[in-house]
Design a protein around this ligand. Structure first.
Ligand code: BG6
Length: 484
């Protein structure tokens, strides 16, 4: 038998982050407040659900007036703003080819609708990109990773308003022009489907300010789709050879049984997840959404020309996060699985993380094949990883074999998918350095190869140290995925 090749020679290995989860310095050098700066840490025992990220307008007022007192870990991050040189040196030591980060929109346009950009904010990312290039690391930049400037929420209710498209494209044009010689790979919206779960997180939309929740969510998404297409047009005009991607929290789901009712329910579940990438990659709303909109009293307001914009400026590649799979049942009895934001029933064949996320390496291979079949565009895994508690030994070492196992199994399946013929550009594991959790704002939910001495209450030296997974990942990259 002939051996089918593994990873291509230029495969982009690296790690992925978001500004609001690691930079800190939330009010430094002219940065404005963003949605992430409103998210308080609520200890697990006091949390009503696993995520305290959806914020009401009343809460925003209480925070701004000082009436609501709490810690806001995303304001502090892990102080990457001041320590990026040390952190990038460690990524380089692991052999990173790519580093995914987001630009914090409110560093560039502090209120979102400012006439002029903030020079100090622009300079910060110049410095970060220069530092990356010093080591031959390619930046992969997300324009919007849950960091809508708060000014846009207050004045326009975020992406609910069509006007925000203009502010976003101005921001995009500003950074494309500024970094045209430094950044080739871009992503418009992180996990664009987040809007349906938390409109505040996904788009700075405060849902208690509107009458029809579903209408607002899908309208806001329409604005993001148009903005994404216009940004794709701009990036191609401004940066020759640039690549624009969309980004989805991919929730491959399985039918709980072979009962056709379960199978149908599962097909619909997958459609509701894939509709986002369908629009971005195929350039039109899928027809199954027309039925969904009609049956749910959603009447999208489109302007003349919108459909052409979507059709003309589709993405170059499709990126996604992959942490788990879901299992769907048409009957209500199924035992619910814990996921951070996603539901489904328990899959008896899978183990779950300490946060209840169902671990499914083979699902990754299945998902990659489905996605490639559907879009025939290059794919990019821009998030994958295991959030876990780490124990620091007396000598300072951290034996995170569970993390190595998780990543090894996923990378092995990813390799199988490549051998199946899937065109995959790269892999950036989530949180190569420990950072603040998106859903829980905990520090103790760690993903990193690099440990950061900081706890859930904000105590710690912020000192960085290597976990066992650090050397393991270094070896994986050096062998181009051959030594797992
Ligand atoms: C993705 C987000 O949903 O998952 C990241 O894009 C997030 O921002 C990651 O951090 C892991 O989720 P969590 O809640 O464990 O931080």
């Amino acid at each position: 038998t002939k051996t089918v090749q593994g990873f291509p020679k230029d495969f982009l290995w690296g790690g992925a982050t978001a500004a609001n989860q690691l930079e800190g310095a939330f009010d430094v050098d002219g940065k404005g407040l963003s949605s992430a700066d409103m998210v308080a840490y609520i200890p697990k025992a006091l949390r009503t659900n696993d995520h305290a990220i959806e914020i009401t307008s009343q809460r925003i007022e209480q925070i701004l007036s000082g009436e609501f007192e709490a810690r806001f870990p995303k304001r502090e991050g892990i102080d990457f703003y001041h320590r990026y040189k040390e952190d990038i040196a460690l990524f380089a030591e692991m052999g990173f080819k790519v580093f995914r980060l987001s630009i914090n929109w409110a560093r560039i346009f502090p209120n979102g609708d400012d006439a002029l950009p903030n020079e100090a904010g622009l300079q910060f990312y110049d410095d970060v990109f220069d530092e990356l290039h010093k080591y031959g690391i390619e930046p992969l930049v997300t324009l919007a990773h849950y960091e809508t400037p708060l000014g846009l929420t207050q004045k326009y209710n975020g992406w609910a308003s069509r006007e925000v498209i203009g502010f976003f494209t101005k921001y995009a044009e500003t950074v494309f022009t500024r970094y045209k010689n430094k950044v080739k790979y871009w992503i418009t919206f992180n996990e664009i489907n987040m809007m349906t779960l938390s409109p505040f997180t996904g788009g700075g939309v405060v849902i208690d300010r509107v009458d029809n929740k579903l209408q607002t969510i899908y309208q806001a998404l329409h604005h993001q789709f148009i903005a994404s297409s216009l940004a794709t047009k701009l990036v191609h005009e401004i940066i020759p050879g640039s690549q624009m991607g969309c980004m989805l929290a991919r929730m491959e789901s399985y039918a709980n049984t072979c009962n056709p009712e379960d199978v149908l329910k599962n097909q619909q579940e997958n459609q509701m997840n894939l509709y986002f990438t369908d629009v971005h990659a195929r350039g039109e709303y899928p027809r199954y959404m027309e039925r969904f909109f009609a049956e749910n009293n959603v009447a999208l307001q489109k302007e003349p020309g919108d459909d052409d914009i979507l059709r003309q400026y589709t993405v170059d590649y499709v990126a996604f996060s992959y942490y788990m799979t879901l299992t769907v049942s048409a009957s209500p009895e199924g035992e619910r699985a814990q996921g951070n934001l996603f539901g489904g029933v328990k899959n008896p064949y899978l183990k779950a993380s300490e946060w209840g996320w169902q671990i499914d390496p083979i699902g990754l291979r299945i998902m990659l094949n489905t996605m490639y079949d559907r879009y025939r565009k290059p794919l990019f895994i821009v998030e994958n990883g295991l959030g876990a508690y780490d124990k620091v030994e007396a000598d300072g070492s951290i034996h995170d074999t569970y993390r190595i196992d998780y990543l090894r199994q996923h990378i092995a399946q990813m390799k199988e998918a490549v051998r199946d013929g899937v065109e995959l550009i790269g892999y950036t594991s989530w949180g190569p350095i420990d950072l603040v959790s998106m859903s829980t704002s905990e520090m103790s939910k760690r993903y990193g190869f690099i440990y950061v001495d900081l706890d859930d209450d904000g105590n710690g030296t912020l000192q960085r140290s290597k976990k066992d997974s650090f050397d393991w990942y270094k070896k994986v990259i050096a062998s181009n995925g051959e030594e797992l």
